[in-house]
Structures are given as C-alpha cells and as structure tokens.
Design a protein around this ligand. Structure first.
Ligand code: Z5A
Length: 216
C-alpha cells in the first residue's frame, strides 16, 4: 500500500551524543511558528504515553537487552508514537519535528550493536510501512566533542552514554553512511561550531529543502 500523503511535513534530527539536537530543535520550532506554521515537537524513544513507558525500559541502566530485543522495543515504541501522535498531527497540517527516529535504530542497534540492516528494515516496514521523513537533519560532531558536552551536563549517564569510544565512532560513521545512501532525504550539518552558526546552517537547509523562509 502506498504511503499516506500528509498535510504537514515531518522533520527528524539525528546524531551522536551531545550533537545539539534538543538545542537546535527548539530554535527551529520557534522559527517555523514565527513563519505561521503549527509545530509539534516530539522525541524518541518516547513521545506518546505508551512509548514513554517503553523508553523507561530502554534507558534503564540495570537492563541488559540484546540487540534484537532492543530494536523490537524501539520499533514497538515508534509504532505507538507514529499511530497516536505523529500521524494525527501531520494529518492536522502540523509540521512535526522529532528528536531521533528510525535512523537512530539503524545507527545504534545496527552500526553500534551489530544487528543486520535486513532485520531493521523488516521491523521498519512492520511498524511504519512506506512512511518516511520529509527531511532528516544529521548533526555531526567529533565523538570527543560530543562526549565533552555530555560530561559537562548534570545527571548520570544512561545505558548508551556508558558505551565505549569505539561504539560512538561506529555510530558517527553509521549516520554518515545513512546520509550518503539517502541524499534526497538526509543532510549532514557540521555541528562543531557556535550554536548560532549551527542554527543558521539548519535554517538554510530547511528553507532550501522544504521551501519555507525562516528568520533567526
Ligand atoms: N536510541 C537508540 O539506541 N535507538 C533508537 O532507535 C533511538 C534512540 C530512537 C536516547 O537518549 C538514547 O536512545 C540515545 C540513543 C538511543 N542515546 N543516548 N544517550 P536521550 O533521548 O536521553 O538523549 P539523546 O537523544 O542522546 O540527546 P543528547 O545526546 O542528550 O543531546 P542532544 O539533544 O543531541 O544535545 P543537546 O541537549 O542540545 O546539547 C547537549 C549539550 O551540549 C548541552 O549542554 C548544550 O547546551 C550543549 N551544546 C549544544 N550545542 C552546542 C554547540 N553548538 N556548542 C557547544 N555546546 C553545545
């Protein structure tokens, strides 16, 4: 069955630890609202009541999920998030911005933990069918910079933040490969720069790709 055509646009943000996604999503959401659009900001894992329950299982530092179980949990959360929150908002004409989506499963559970892309794409089709983001912004920072940013924050590291440097390097390469394989959907933004400069790069990308004019 072909993908439903929605009235709104779906933008996902991806990247490794400390890439600056949350910071930049707030700025993009305000700019889109200032240009007259209705915006829903959400995140994964989570974003709907059912998916937030699953998020608690995934980020529990005491849990020891294997890669297939972890991917199943991420796609279970995503299916609920899509059905109950993302699709209704897009039908309503909202622009939906999501902090992480399926490329995070490809990068973390695929490149990071070694699950096959074939398995991940099978789960994708079960959860989402032919649906895909209109635009995926991949914020790219060197691993050590992302880790410095995370270490400077308060709070205990979650399961993924505790992984070693080699894991985080595989993630970074994974996101770059995903972008290279999906140039019509993805754009890599160099995010090791002042927050204002990164914002300007993202606004330029969104304006160019989706045809909106944005004021910083
Ligand atoms: N995960 C998965 O394995 N599979 C999946 O399918 C999905 C997720 C969907 C969710 O964590 C975890 O789940 C995630 C992947 C895994 N791994 N981890 N950890 P989360 O939701 O708790 O957090 P996150 O998505 O990883 O976000 P983040 O790394 O916490 O941060 P961020 O949103 O990218 O960055 P930020 O909060 O905007 O900025 C981080 C800090 O850097 C903050 O202090 C900022 O003020 C600072 N910052 C931001 N930009 C800059 C610049 N340009 N210069 C200097 N400092 C900056």
């Amino acid at each position: 069955m072909p993908a439903e055509i929605f009235a709104g646009k779906f933008i996902t943000f991806e990247g490794g630890e400390g890439a600056g996604k949350s910071t930049q999503i707030k700025r993009l959401a305000s700019a889109l609202e200032n240009s007259g659009l209705s915006v829903t900001s959400t995140r994964e894992p989570g974003g709907s009541p059912g998916a937030e329950t699953i998020r608690g299982l995934l980020l529990d530092t005491a849990a020891d999920w294997d890669a297939p179980t972890e991917a199943l949990l991420h796609f279970a959360a995503r299916a609920d998030h899509f059905t109950t929150r993302i699709a209704p908002a897009l039908r309503n004409g909202d622009w939906v911005i999501c902090d992480r989506f399926a490329d995070s499963t490809r990068a973390y559970q695929g490149y990071g933990l070694g699950l096959s892309m074939e398995a991940i794409e099978t789960l994708y089709r079960v959860a989402l069918g032919e649906f895909a983001p209109d635009l995926t912004v991949i914020l790219d920072v060197p691993v050590e910079i992302g880790m410095q940013r995370m270490n400077a924050r308060d709070g205990d590291p979650d399961r993924y933040e505790r992984m070693d440097i080699a894991f985080h390097e595989r993630l970074r390469q994974g996101f770059l490969d995903i972008a290279g394989n999906n140039p019509d959907r993805c754009e890599v933004i160099a995010a090791n720069a002042d927050i204002e400069i990164v914002t300007a790069r993202i606004f330029d990308c969104v304006a160019r790709r989706l045809g909106v004019t944005l004021q910083a």
